[in-house]
Design a protein around this ligand. Structure first.
Ligand code: CIR
Length: 266
């Protein structure tokens, strides 16, 4: 399988990032960049070709490319971040993605961060959060109906994005912090609870059948290893201070997809 991982350099201004749940604490930019380079290396080892979007030192949160788009085999939807300081991040992502997919766009008054979008097979669960509203969720539903995706809104409380609370570890199994997301939306899946000492550990990144997890969550990694998952730890101490987890740093998609070029929607 040929995977592309879109990434973006940690901005020099990352210290001015958006914060919702954490107190601001100093971020070591050099260390953040080193950890990010190791993250890219881990993605290569899982079979991804890294494509870096042009850097943007004036956009503090630009490294969190996951939030800028939803990339599916057939089509990509460009997000519309709720916070003003993040809105311009999508410009360079449009340039990068148009080589791979036909593009659609979230329009006002919709706002959406990709971190709220959990894809499991043909199902998209979308967090209704401080960043993503019902108008955007409905728009995603309309845009994806022709491709046979099911879109389900899920209330998010206590954390930034849906994927802070729950991510997939295979097509039938989700890793979850039950305190942050209602379990009933996910009744037809097997749910693995995170280790209670590690509330932020539910965010892992699945590439094919393998997983990346933050090295700072060893107890939850043990839970996954004991169940037979292949888990690579990556250090994420600096971007965690910006409320970024492992999935946030990339957009991963099949190079060839099954692109629908019938109408660009732009
Ligand atoms: C923000 O608040 O937007 C950034 N500081 C963190 C974004 C993390 N992205 C993600 O969880 N997908």
């Amino acid at each position: 399988m040929s995977w592309v991982a879109l990434t973006r350099e940690v901005s020099r201004s990352i210290g001015e990032c958006q914060l919702t749940h954490l107190e601001r604490s100093p971020i070591d930019v050099a260390l953040a960049r080193e950890q990010h380079a190791q993250y890219e290396q881990a993605l290569r080892a899982l079979g991804c070709v890294i494509m870096r979007v042009a850097p943007a030192d004036r956009l503090p949160d630009a490294v969190f490319v996951e939030d800028t788009a939803i990339v599916l085999d057939e089509v990509a939807i460009i997000a519309r971040p709720a916070v003003e300081s993040r809105r311009a991040e999508t410009v360079a992502v449009v340039d990068a993605l148009m080589a791979f997919r036909s593009l659609r766009f979230i329009s006002a008054p919709g706002t959406l961060d990709g971190g709220d979008v959990l894809k499991v097979g043909r199902d998209l669960f979308i967090g209704e959060s401080s960043r993503t509203n019902r108008a955007a969720i409905d728009e995603v539903g309309r845009l994806l109906a022709p491709y046979g995706y099911r879109v389900t809104p899920v209330a998010v409380t206590g954390c930034l994005h849906l994927k802070s609370a729950i991510t997939a570890v295979d097509e039938q199994t989700l890793l979850v912090n039950p305190a942050w997301v209602p379990g009933d939306a996910f009744r037809r899946y097997d749910l693995i609870p995170i280790h209670p000492d590690e509330p932020s550990a539910a965010n892992v990144l699945m590439v094919g059948s393998r997983l990346l997890s933050a090295a700072e969550h060893p107890k939850t990694r043990e839970v996954l290893l004991a169940r037979g998952y292949d888990v690579t730890p990556v250090f994420n101490s600096e971007l965690a201070k910006a409320e970024g987890a492992v999935s946030c740093g990339s957009l991963i998609f099949r190079r060839d997809g099954a692109a629908d070029w019938s109408s660009s929607g732009s």
